[in-house]
Write a protein that binds this ligand. Structure first.
Ligand code: SF4
Ligand code: SF4
Length: 112
């Protein structure tokens, strides 16, 4: 063949749904198989982590992380615009879903 085609990740994309830990991932490609959006592609180098080829197609379903059999091999990152935040009016404190030490849940609605 005269020309070769290569799949490469696009690092300019701001969206990074998942990151791999090269030390733990064994390149089994289970995450690639279960990704419903074909965001991930097998690495052409056997045993290496998959390539996040189409990060902006990710649905943030978490399948890839859930089905991985090697804890820590793949980490999931919610995009900033999906991290709901709120501010307590009287103190100005800022809170985020998933934060460490979140405030106690209040059953009472904030109005009335
Ligand atoms: S992240 Fe997990 S499921 Fe995906 S290739 Fe690596 S070891 Fe396999
Ligand atoms: S979160 Fe879902 S859509 Fe996104 S890469 Fe993982 S499996 Fe694919």
């Amino acid at each position: 063949m005269k020309y070769k085609a290569y799949m490469v990740p696009n690092p300019a994309m701001p969206c990074q749904p998942v990151k791999f830990n090269q030390e733990i991932c064994n390149g089994c490609n289970t995450c690639v198989d279960v990704c419903r959006r074909d965001v991930l592609m097998p690495n052409p180098v056997k045993g290496k982590p998959p390539i996040v080829l189409y990060p902006d197609e990710c649905w943030f379903c978490g399948n890839c992380v859930q089905y991985c059999q090697r804890p820590g091999a793949i980490k999931f990152y919610h995009p900033l615009n999906q991290k709901v935040g709120w501010i307590r009016k009287d103190t100005g404190e800022f809170f985020r879903v998933g934060m460490k030490n979140p405030p106690k849940y209040k059953r009472k609605p904030p109005i009335g």
